[in-house]
Design a protein around this ligand. Structure first.
Ligand code: HEM
Length: 556
């Protein structure tokens, strides 16, 4: 039988699928429908071949269908490739050709979670605006594509007050759950952010400070129990940051510092972040994995993390409010109540769960990374450790307001956050609005996905002379070493900036002061300090490589 006509039909279907369907709209949340659609089309085609066209045997019909599928997919992907390379509105922007063809190139390149290094390399090769991606299954009606913008003004353009951008599809990651942070609707974000901001007012912080201080002392005791043995700084900071989160978010004692046992929830959280790290810019892969391979370890970790958060929330609801120990969860529960009548119960439950999951990750993993880096810099630069000791010698170490005013301590922390940004090292993508935007001398078209890599921009020589050097003084006595303050955004800027900034700074200042009071911090014998940088991973939050330190008790 002559199958030319069938192949021509298949090619036509492939071209149609790209030009009439996939080039429009967003598809990352419709992976199941796409799969069902593909199966359905195949069943209809098989039936037509066997019953209507009357191919001699069923196996021959199957064979014909196979060749038609190949022809259809070849036409689909060829059409995509030609369009992306030559006709797409971003085809004139510089960048690796393969990145323009498919996002999978980027995913492959950063499979070891080193996007921060790749983007630095591409910045050196292609300049300040790099085309780093193609739309794949995350199209918008106007067909966005991805540009990485490297310059101090990028953060304000993307997130500053009056920005015209919206959040990229990455923020659909928690679906069906969602939160004020993991949502793309500007109104919902604005409204939902209020509960977060209210949970961190000065009054709320005054209730949290003594509890953070108590946990810092617990951290110090935990370290002391190691004696002269090397301390795995990742372990102790994971326990500390999780204990703080348990206390501040749920009013619950997670008891990790005292028990010194790694809670499976931490493993789940880290596994979940490892899953989304390399695929952050092609989030449809995560949705596909949730659907098709839920039994794989990283997906199980994700589900385990979600379950942990929902269990803790259920326990908190059962315990009820403890007025003597206010917590963040109460603000989310009040919001849940106040939305009665405007949202269905299911929607409100999904929203509440989303906020809790967001708080667990945003509130613990970021500070953990920052504290690991803090210890590393303290061990690496004893002269700065001494300067902080001198500055804090005569102050009340539990007085958070005083700690906030100490120049060297704060310069040290800022410098550490600059060189090792704990959150959004490369991600936090946005979509330009209908007017597009002007970045430096270049016009960025409307509905383009844009990212500003924090790691690279905070190391720009044009903003920070001697960018790779650790110089806390640039933040107070040597202002000439900060040429462009806009580049320093460890907590983001504008209406989307971090709501936990005050809490995070409080934890960092208190822990650094306390540990320096009690210990001389040194790298463990035989430990290679470069390990932290060599194994640094960019997985939504920064995951520093191992840090092993010895904490030698000091004379009080
Ligand atoms: C050193 C610690 C921290 C760093 C470096 C940090 C950094 C950041 C960054 C860069 C963003 C912007 C993310 C984005 O645009 O997608 C952000 C947002 C956010 N952070 Fe933090 N964060 C830290 C700690 C915390 C803590 C302790 C909490 C809460 C308890 C928190 C809550 C949030 C929330 C709710 C947002 C979203 C704000 C919004 O979208 O309106 N963060 N943070």
């Amino acid at each position: 039988m002559d199958y030319h006509v069938h192949i021509i039909v298949a090619v036509f279907v492939g071209l149609l699928a790209h030009n009439a369907i996939f080039i429009r709209g967003e598809w990352h949340m419709h992976i199941l429908q796409i799969l069902v659609g593909v199966c359905l089309v195949n069943v209809i085609a098989l039936y037509s071949l066997y019953r209507v066209v009357r191919v001699p045997s069923f196996s021959e019909a199957l064979g014909a269908l196979f060749y038609m599928d190949i022809a259809c997919l070849t036409a689909l992907f060829s059409s995509m490739t030609v369009y992306r390379l030559f006709f797409h509105k971003l085809s004139g922007f510089p960048g690796p050709k393969l990145a323009a063809v498919t996002k999978l190139w980027h995913v492959w390149k950063i499979r070891k979670s080193t996007n921060y290094l790749l983007l630095q390399e591409l910045n050196g090769e292609y300049g300040d605006i790099i085309r780093t991606g193609s739309p794949d299954f995350t199209l918008n009606t106007a067909g966005p594509n991805e540009l990485t913008l490297v310059g101090p003004s990028a953060f304000n353009l993307l997130d500053g007050w009056g920005n015209t951008t919206t959040r990229d599809v990455w923020y659909d990651l928690l679906r069906p759950r969602y939160s004020a942070v993991f949502c793309r609707d500007k109104k919902l974000h604005k409204e939902g952010r209020k509960a977060w901001v209210n949970s961190m007012t000065g009054q709320a912080m005054n209730a949290f400070y003594p509890r953070v201080a108590a946990l810092s002392h617990s951290l110090s005791s935990c370290i002391r129990s190691h004696g002269t043995r090397p301390v795995d700084v990742d372990d102790v900071m994971s326990w500390f940051s999780f204990d703080v989160m348990g206390d501040v978010l749920f009013g619950e004692d997670f008891n990790l510092l005292r028990s010194q046992i790694m809670d499976p929830a931490i493993k789940h959280r880290d596994g979940a972040l490892a899953l989304v790290g390399p695929i952050s810019d092609a989030i449809w892969i995560a949705h596909l994995a949730f659907l098709l391979v839920p039994f794989l370890n990283p997906v199980q970790d994700w589900l385990g993390m979600v379950k942990f958060c929902e269990d803790r929330l259920a326990a908190r609801i059962q315990r009820g409010e403890n007025e003597k120990k206010p917590d963040m969860a109460q603000y989310f529960l009040d919001e849940h109540q106040s939305l009665d009548g405007t949202m269905s119960l299911r929607d409100r439950d999904l929203y509440l769960a989303g906020n809790i999951i967001t708080a667990v990750v945003a509130g613990s993993d970021t500070t953990r990374a920052a504290l690991i880096a803090t210890c590393w810099f303290l061990a690496k630069y004893p002269e700065h450790a001494d300067a902080i000791r001198a500055e804090t010698r005569d102050v009340d170490g539990d007085d958070f307001a005083t700690l906030a005013s100490l120049p060297h301590l704060n310069g040290f922390i800022n410098e550490s956050l600059r060189l090792m940004p704990p959150a959004g090292m490369t991600g936090t993508a946005r979509i330009t609005g209908p007017q597009g935007m002007q970045f430096e001398n270049t016009y960025i078209p409307p509905f383009t996905k844009v990212t500003a890599p924090r790691y690279g921009i905070m190391r720009l020589e044009s903003a920070f002379p001697r960018p790779d050097e650790f110089i806390p003084e640039r933040w107070y006595s040597q202002p000439e070493l900060v040429l462009d303050r806009r580049a320093f955004t460890p907590f983001s800027v504008g209406p989307r900036q971090c709501t936990g900034k005050t809490l995070a700074y409080a934890e960092l200042r208190h822990v650094a002061t306390l540990l320096l009071r009690h210990y001389d911090i040194e790298f463990a014998d035989g430990y290679d300090p470069e390990t932290m940088w060599r194994d640094l991973k960019d997985q939504v939050t920064a995951q520093p490589g191992k840090v092993l330190c010895v904490f030698k008790p000091r004379e009080q």
